[in-house]
Design a protein around this ligand. Structure first.
Ligand code: PNS
Length: 161
């Protein structure tokens, strides 16, 4: 069975990679779908988020990365994916994911599997990474090496500009 792991991935973190890797063990193929949430302001543009996600999962067999535009249910139907996999950290995630699972299920019957985040990355979020990074903190323990490098480059560009 083919599964889709959708998200903004701004930027992809070790928590995301953990969920994607575990999804790849459960399903034959996993498509990481890099989408855009219109309510969010992004640090990295779509091309960068795709590039960073692709680099982060390059070593995981059966996983590929694509841009998600339009509805998630249409993306999944077009690719023959019957299930969406999302990570679940705390109760507030659940409230949102339940809503998404219900609307997606109602639209096309798309199924959702919620995987509990690993204890190690249980409260990690891209929002926290962006906040710490923007205030000069070191985020290299939480994100793949290329992401840490790109964050440093952005900080340098901003301070030079
Ligand atoms: O990491 P995020 O911000 O929670 O990811 C959200 C994303 C991009 C996965 C979500 O906004 C999404 O699925 N967008 C596609 C449009 C869609 O199908 N929305 C659900 C029905 S309202």
């Amino acid at each position: 069975m083919r599964a889709v792991c959708p998200g903004s991935f701004d930027p992809i973190t070790h928590g995301h990679v953990d969920i994607i890797t575990r999804a790849a063990e459960l399903f034959d193929e996993v498509i990481v779908a890099v989408g855009r949430n219109s309510a969010k302001n992004y640090l990295f543009d779509t091309d960068e988020r795709v590039e960073l996600a692709a680099a982060a999962v390059a070593g995981v067999a059966g996983v590929r990365v694509e841009v998600l535009s339009g509805l998630l249910v249409d993306f999944c139907r077009d690719r023959g994916a019957g299930v969406v996999v999302k990570g679940l950290r705390f109760a507030s995630d659940f409230d949102f994911e339940l809503q998404m699972a219900h609307i997606n299920g109602s639209l096309t019957g798309l199924e959702t599997v919620l995987l509990p985040a690993s204890a190690k990355w249980g409260t990690l979020s891209s929002t926290m990474i962006r906040e710490v990074a923007s205030l000069g903190g070191d985020v290299s323990a939480f994100v793949p090496a290329l992401v840490a490098q790109r964050i440093d480059e952005k900080k340098r560009d901003n301070s030079n500009g």
